[in-house]
Write a protein that binds this ligand. Structure first.
Ligand SMILES: Cc1ncc(COP(=O)(O)O)c(C=O)c1O
Length: 285
């Protein structure tokens, strides 16, 4: 169980960032999380593509190319030597003046944080988790576009805190127009009248890599799937709900706002997708 931090190409057991780094001061940074299967990072190209697209979304130039980052990820994984790893790549604006203007920051910091993969209890997958529809809204696309994966997660932090106060493990947010978007660190899928539904990108979501793979799997396996815009109340009628993300993969939701979802157990479509996604990951290894 080793943690290794690669900071601008140097591997360390512990690393420190200046308090004048704008990533620390203003959340002025972008990041990605990649996990490994049998020691190999999966969907790495997709994650790195999104990292560069997020950086361009905040006019931040990453000082290295994707091959350099890939090489550094591998060196850091080798150095940590964990059976399975969680890899967080962070690019910050760098050190500058104590002012939001980024033009005083000349050297972005590139950090690759490798640690043992977090263990999610089997019980969560077997029974599903409780979530709450919260009052905190997902950012509108013309404010801080949720499609850009920045280090500014305060919106989602507040949503998670509200959900926890309501006795739930995670939150589902609507956009400023009341349409369903996503959870705090995962995308949202739900089933209505036997059809798998997921909020479309236009609602203001992160275009999750896991979400894309699930959509592809649904199409390949003849499952009916629709991307669209639905009001928050629609979720209350869902027969099944699940969340998707790199770390949690396909996570069933059994309780919404203290009421059981469908039978209160992971439903057949959720279970099928859990199986298909896990087979997909195994096939990569
Ligand atoms: C807000 C948000 N939505 C969705 C996701 C899921 O994205 P992915 O499947 O690429 O991990 C994440 C992952 O961190 C996230 O932070």
């Amino acid at each position: 169980m080793t943690t290794k931090i690669n900071i601008n190409g140097e591997i360390k057991d512990e690393a420190f960032i200046s308090i004048l780094d704008h990533g620390f001061l203003f959340g002025d940074s972008v990041y990605e999380v990649i996990c490994t299967i049998h020691g190999k990072p999966y969907f790495q190209d997709e994650h790195l593509k999104r990292l560069y697209s997020s950086a361009s979304g905040i006019s931040l130039e990453i000082p290295h190319d994707q091959d350099w980052i890939k090489k550094q990820i591998q060196i850091t994984l080798d150095s940590a030597g964990n059976p399975e790893s969680y890899v967080r790549i962070i690019v910050t604006r760098g050190v500058g003046d104590l002012d939001i203007d980024p033009s005083s920051c000349f050297h972005p910091n590139l950090i690759i944080f490798v640690k043992n993969i977090p263990q999610i209890p089997d019980e969560s997958y077997e029974k599903g988790i409780p979530v709450a529809l919260v009052s905190i809204k997902r950012n509108s696309r013309d404010a801080l576009d949720p499609a850009v994966k920045t280090g500014n997660y305060l919106n989602n932090v507040l949503a998670r805190v509200e959900a926890q106060k309501a006795g739930a493990a995670d939150a589902i947010m609507v956009n400023p127009w009341g349409q369903l978007t996503e959870s705090t660190t995962s995308n949202l899928f739900f089933v209505r009248e036997g059809r798998l539904l997921t909020p479309e990108k236009g609602c203001g979501i992160l275009s999750g890599i896991t979400r894309e793979k699930i959509i592809q799997l649904a199409h390949e396996n003849g499952m009916s799937l629709e991307e669209g815009a639905w009001p928050g109340e629609e979720l209350l009628k869902a027969e099944e709900i699940f969340l998707s993300g790199t770390v949690k993969k396909v996570m069933p939701v059994s309780i919404l706002d203290n009421r059981p979802v469908g039978t209160g157990k992971p439903g057949p479509i959720t279970q099928k997708m859990m199986r298909l996604y896990s087979e997909l990951l195994e096939s990569l290894a």
